[in-house]
Structure formats: C-alpha cells, structure tokens
Design a protein around this ligand. Sequence first.
Ligand SMILES: Nc1nc2c(ncn2[C@@H]2O[C@H](COP(=O)(O)OP(=O)(O)OP(=O)(O)O)[C@@H](O)[C@H]2O)c(=O)[nH]1
Ligand SMILES: [Mg+2]
Ligand SMILES: [Zn+2]
Length: 403
Amino acid sequence: MPLPGDRTPLPGHVPAPGAPATDSDHAHARCFELAAYGWDAGWDEVFTPYRAAGLVPGRIARVDRGGCEVITADGGSWRADVPSSALALAAAAPGHPAGPASGGAVPCTGDWVALEPGPRPGPGGHETLTVAAVLPRRTVLVRASSSGRSEPQPLAANVDVVAVVVALVPAVNLGRLDRLVTLAWDSGARPLVVLTKADQVPDGGIVASAEVAAAAPGVDVLVTSAADGRGLEPLAGVLAGGSAVLVGASGAGKSTLTNALLGSERQRVRDVRAVDGKGRHTTVRRELLPLPGGGVLIDTPGLRGVGLWAADDGLSQAFADIEELAAGCRFGDCEHRTEPGCAVLAAIDAGTLPARRLDSYRRLVRENAYQAARTDARLRAERERQWKAIARQHRRLYRERGH
Ligand SMILES: Nc1nc2c(ncn2[C@@H]2O[C@H](COP(=O)(O)OP(=O)(O)OP(=O)(O)O)[C@@H](O)[C@H]2O)c(=O)[nH]1
Ligand SMILES: [Mg+2]
Ligand SMILES: [Zn+2]
C-alpha cells in the first residue's frame, strides 16, 4: 500500500534500503522510518484521530512558495500542497503561531502534519498529498518577522536543541549572543552555543568560550572547527537521536558544520574567495536533514537583526541570574538604577555580575514590551475589522428580510 503523492524525490534523496514490500511490512515501516525523524509513541497517540480519518503522518522538511516537502512513512520526501484555505484559517486561529500552537498554524520546517492523500482536481489530475493539519508543536523557535509588521515568524518546530552558531572570528558579539540565546530558551527546546572557526584564533577559543559561558549561564558551549575537525565528535554526540536547528549570523559556518556532520557536501557554503560576500546569505531555505548517527538537523539562512516576539519565558531563563538577584532587592518594583538595597547593583559592585549583562537584559526587556504593545494594538484592530464585517452582514440580512 504505497503512499500516493507526487513522487518527486528531493535532490540528493537516497531511498531507504530494503523498502517494504507487503502491507504488514509497511505498517511496521510506519514506525520504523518516521522514528528516524523523531516520531515516537507520543506523536503516535496524538495522531490517532487523524489516522482514523484516513490521514497519514509526515514531517515538513522544507517550505517554499508553492507548498512543502514532507518526509513520509516510507522514508521518502514528497511534495505536498498547503491549501490557502488552511493558511487563512491558521491566520485567524487564536494565539497563532507563537508558543506550542494549536492545529491551526502555518506549517514550518520540523512540523509534524496530517496529510490527506488524494487526486488533484482538474483534467488529467494526478495523485497528490495535501497538508490537512499541523500537529500541536512541542517546541517552536519564533522571531518577530523582519517585514516590520509585528507578526511572529516560526523558524523551526519540534526541535530538542537550538544550537546558536557563532564564529570566533571576528570577535564574538555578546549582545547578539544574549539575543539569540533568549530566542533559543523561549522556543522550549534546550539551547546550545557552538563556537566555530577555532582554527582561526591563536588560543583555540579558550578565552572566548569562557566569556560566552559566563554570558549564557546554564547553556553548554562547544568549541569547534570544521577545518581541523575539533569539537565535531562531541557536537555529533549532543545532536544524535534528536532534532536540532542551527541558527546564527550569515557566514557563522552553519552549513559548513552541517556538511561536516552529514559527512557530505550537501549544503552550499560561501566561497572563501568571495570578497563581496559580506551580508550575503548563502543558505536561502530552512531545511531538515537526517544525520548519519540518528537524529535530524535543520540548517537555516543567516539571521540578520532578529527580533524577539513575546519572549517573556526566554528572557526569564536567559537572565535567570538577574531575575534571581532582583528577588533580593529591597523594593519589589526596583529598576536597579539608583534604588537603595538593590541586590543587582550590589552584585555589579562586587564584580559578580557584569554591568554589560544588566544593560543587555534591559535592552531586550524593553524591546519585548514594545513588541507586545504593538502586537496587541494590531490584534485589536483586526478584531474590530472582523466585527465590522459581521455587523455589515447582519444589516444586509436584516434588510433582505424586509425590516
Ligand atoms: N577556517 C574556517 N573556516 C570556516 C569554518 N567553518 C566555516 N568556515 C568558512 O566560513 C564561510 C561561511 O561558512 P558557511 O557555512 O557558508 O556559513 P553559514 O553560516 O552557512 O552562512 P549562511 O548560509 O549565509 O547563513 C565559508 O567560507 C566557510 O568555509 C571553520 O571551522 N574554519
Ligand atoms: Mg548556510
Ligand atoms: Zn534592584
């Protein structure tokens, strides 16, 4: 019972060895093949009603304008349509799509979805897969969209680890790191900092990694070099068996790391001879790739000016040290500026908290609050428009009935 769908394998896709032949083999493969992509008993339970409705599970490997690529139970990658009606529904869904969202979210890379197999309408219609629902997300990495509108943009769903990739050259920007670590914490997944290009610094990144560890309490820091292979084995160990996403600035070395972990030149990386390469994105899509040691990795395009979106939880976790200190301030509403009995200022005086960290915290809290205010205003305006539309409809019905 093979799955219907546009059987166009992704470039570079290798069919799973020993493809199942019988129905019972296929039922077994259902668990086996998707398990390599993170499917487990929990997802299987969530999927029960969808399966009863004749839908099949899949994981989104990549999203593009016309639809998406999904990995299905046979281990293959197929194209699937994302109907515009589903997108409209999702946009109207409450809370969309921040936080582990409802089934009404716009699909993004890493999402588990329920697919409807069926014929494409129209003359000579061939078989196709359509995304019928997005399963509720366990984790989701969200940023404020770069379009300037206060909208959340999901970058990756259902990952266990968010790896913040930062090059050791040029020198690490700790303010930028704070922002990315906050975003990573806010996803609900485990953050990890991966420092790259250790071969380019004389001390192998010892000093910088200590600074980074101090700036990101509770987050593991790995020093790597794709050029000489250092740190790659521990990194592969951390990523094995789960789902991870790589985020960071363009040129940080995400795709180079991805290739090193895959053991193949799957992802295009920036040409070292490109003199005008600054600020140009080599990777243009978020793409989910299976790792040889088990687990999957999502490589992403470089993030420029990434904004926080409703990242209160992320801020509390990324700056747990400051919030803990603040609990000891004399005044409950202490702003840690000039107040007497301020535990945060005392820690800065004592040299146990860098002043830079308080500045960074303030900046991100302010930005997060500003973003929230703008979002609320937009949601209010939207609701008003909806009410007006309903009122218009009522008036029309009223007139038609001859009142
Ligand atoms: N010396 C050295 N160079 C590296 C290392 N990792 C990456 N590079 C170089 O850094 C440049 C950028 O690497 P990419 O992997 O394309 O960076 P990226 O983060 O994927 O960039 P975008 O796709 O634009 O977001 C390339 O020229 C790589 O060869 C490393 O460990 N050592
Ligand atoms: Mg890249
Ligand atoms: Zn204080």
